[in-house]
Design a protein around this ligand. Structure first.
Ligand code: CUO
Length: 688
């Protein structure tokens, strides 16, 4: 067995998370040769019998080294059939312990050994999370490609009804003849609920996978090697700011006003959400959030959580005080200034909060606790023995409309801070000698500046997450938004000299507000969604830049979002090395907002900034950096020196009221239209 094969075996531990580790796993039916002493107590007395029974099925035996085992202690406090939430301080602590144990193993053999030992003892969600983080951060396993989370826990993404039918299909129909099970498009609500118009976005599998993966790559708790990544606090702000901008774009496309911030934390929350998800691990339905519920003080012994709504208010007021005074106070009472470029990173870590926060005692744990308060709205003191709702899990949180109201609030606090910063003057924006003369965006066979969206159906394999069922794939067929691929053609006149380099920044925003009026720049700037960012070299004179939408710096391709490691494993080398970080990225099928049947009017913005001022000196060659805008680059600096969101992250300079007035010669705006057609197309070779 080669060293690579050995490492690959670790990934088998993600398969069928509830089936004991000695049951054959993966396409090759590999079985771990579990030392007798590793068996869970329940199986020890029948160990030999079990090995004979299940071992026969196995076509490959994986040796497991017997090592001195650490005490899992407190980690076992979370039962095998409980739900697991990173937002809960207790669960975070347990995850941190297990991650430390995994990171502390001296080599892959030992890691495999402890992982095999703990897999059937530890809560399956906790195990999956801790092993994922460890694999991402250990030097000797970084080249492994993690399976998509939906492969292990499809129940966090898919209507619970699908599983009954999927089990039937798996049990009755032999592998090869199975039909995909269709996930209905409108299963969580009816059109009586206006918020349901956005369900296609909130419940999109790819968007929720991106969000889960983002939080996996940027944990807010754990050892410094795991948490302390370049500009991670700022990226927390920017990635979530973009989610809100994108959500608002979709809302306007659907004739809804922008999302309202959740400001009054002691008043009832009007809109409800019924997720219709069942947890296969916890064997429970995810609790619903009915209309007009109010959050209350939490006192849940089981989660070791006691928190008052007033705490949330205190933290908020202290953070506002820091924003307006321009500094924060650390644990030892020293003042740390919120500087023009680095302040946002500190503030991001304070508000999220991550353990890089300079003073968690004082500024608290505001954003995370907001998730917790909402997710326990139905059972704040555990009297009904209920677990948390979808807001309590980064894999499911984006399904609930309240997610966006909460994050709109958080984002508004960040914007309050941004409004205190010096405004960009023309010199900060311009690239003397460089003029963007023309922008055109085209789809094949279409008219200039007309983009198209429609529905598409694709299939995803559920079987690796379906424990105790017959083998072989069982597909669920889901319907998602899609757009026709498009190309930007940008004409740039460069009079600044030959070989000048620039960063081409492409954003899109709705042209009109809810009332059909043109925007004030100060409002529209928050609605620009990033579509792409790339470096260009300009020759003297006229240049035509051509760039296709699939190269976008915010997205990852469909296959990578849903990657099934059996079918789409990249073949060796650097591609393999960076595969798992690449699981983070906005799903390509959601790059464009829906638009509208009559044609939604948008403004496409292109800027070429001076690369000398943007450049970050590092090599990113061979590194997965194709979704760097929202995800950064693994083990590298964020590849753009400007503030994230530049040039829209500040209030405009004096006398700039409109987008047109904001433009310097290196920027240009083109009107364009997104036309949505209500038809469903099948993905060619749809299976992932
Ligand atoms: Cu991503 Cu609130 O941070 O969910």
């Amino acid at each position: 067995m080669t060293a690579t094969d050995k490492k690959q075996n670790l990934l088998l531990l993600f398969d069928r998370p509830q089936e004991p580790v000695f049951i054959p796993k993966g396409p090759k039916k590999s079985s771990f040769n579990v030392p007798q002493s590793y068996l869970a107590d329940r199986y020890k007395p029948i160990g030999v019998e079990l090995f004979n029974r299940f071992g026969e099925d196995a076509s490959e035996k994986i040796p497991v080294k017997e090592i001195a085992l650490p005490n899992l202690g407190e980690i076992l406090d979370l039962g095998r059939h409980e739900n697991f939430s990173l937002f809960l301080p207790k669960h975070r602590r347990l995850a941190g312990r297990l991650i430390d144990i995994f990171l502390g193993m001296r080599n892959v053999d030992e890691l495999q050994s402890i992982a095999v030992f703990s897999r059937d003892r530890v809560n399956p969600y906790l195990f999956n999370y801790a092993l994922s983080v460890a694999i991402l951060h250990r030097k000797d396993t970084q080249d492994l490609d993690l399976p998509s989370f939906i492969q292990s826990f499809p129940d966090k993404y898919v209507d619970s009804k699908v599983f009954t039918r999927a089990r039937e299909e798996a049990t009755i129909v032999p592998d090869g003849n199975r039909e995909p099970i269709e996930i209905p498009r409108d299963y969580t609500a009816s059109n009586l609920e206006t918020e349901h118009r956005l369900a296609y976005f909130r419940e999109d599998l790819g968007i929720n996978l991106h969000h889960w993966h983002w939080h996996l790559v940027y944990p807010f708790e754990g050892s410094p090697t795991v948490v302390n990544k370049n500009r991670r606090g700022e990226l927390f702000y920017y990635m979530h700011q973009q989610i809100i901008a994108r959500y608002n774009f979709e809302r306007l496309s659907n004739k809804l006003k922008r999302v309202e911030r959740w400001t009054d934390w002691k008043a009832p929350i009007e809109e409800a959400y019924f997720p219709k998800l069942d947890s296969l691990v916890a064997s429970r339905a995810w609790p619903a959030r009915v209309a007009r519920q109010t959050i209350s003080n939490l006192n849940r012994e089981v989660d070791q959580i006691q928190q008052d709504v007033d705490d949330l208010i205190r933290w908020r007021d202290r953070i506002y005080a820091a924003i307006h005074s321009g500094f924060v106070t650390n644990e030892s009472g020293q003042q740390i200034p919120l500087t023009e470029n680095e302040g946002i990173d500190i503030l991001g870590n304070i508000m999220e909060s991550s353990n890089l926060s300079p003073n968690r005692t004082f500024y608290g744990d505001m954003h995370n606790m907001g998730h917790v308060f909402i997710s326990y709205i139905h059972d704040p003191d555990h009297r009904h023995l209920e677990s948390f709702g979808v807001m309590g899990d980064s894999a499911t949180a984006m399904r609930d409309p309240i997610f966006y109201r909460w994050h709109a609030y958080i984002d508004d606090m960040f914007q309050e801070y941004k409004a205190t910063l010096p405004r960009y003057n023309e010199e900060n924006l311009n690239y003397p000698g460089v003029t963007v003369d023309k922008i055109e965006v085209m789809v094949q066979g279409g008219k200039p500046n007309m983009l198209n969206t429609f529905w598409q159906q694709s299939d995803v394999d559920l079987s690796r997450g379906m424990d105790f069922q017959p083998r072989g794939p069982v597909f669920a067929r889901f319907t998602h938004l899609q757009h026709q691929p498009f190309t930007y053609n940008i004409t740039v006149n460069n009079q600044a000299g030959a070989g000048k380099m620039g960063t081409c920044r492409v954003f899109l925003a709705p042209k009109f507000d809810e009332r059909g009026n043109p925007w004030l720049f100060r409002d529209q700037k928050n609605l620009f969604i990033e579509l792409d960012k790339f470096v260009v070299t300009l020759r003297q004179g006229m240049n035509t830049i051509t760039r296709t939408s699939d190269l976008s710096s915010v997205t990852i391709p469909f296959e990578r979002t849903f990657r099934n490691l059996d079918n789409s494993r990249p073949t060796g080398g650097e591609a393999l090395a960076q595969f798992n970080f690449c699981g983070c990225g906005w799903p390509a099928h959601m790059l464009l907002p829906m638009g509208s049947p009559e044609g939604f009017q948008c403004q496409l913005f292109v800027m070429i900034s001076n690369y000398e001022l943007d450049r970050v000196n590092q090599t990113t060659e061979g590194v997965c950096n194709d979704s760097a805008s929202y995800c950064g680059i693994k083990d590298k600096l964020y590849p753009d020196r400007r503030s994230m969101g530049y040039p829209f992250d500040r209030m405009p300079r004096p006398r700039v009221d409109t987008l047109q007035q904001f433009l310097t010669t290196n920027m240009r705006v083109q009107d364009c239209i997104i036309k949505f057609t209500d038809r469903v197309v099948q993905r060619p070779a749809a299976r992932t």
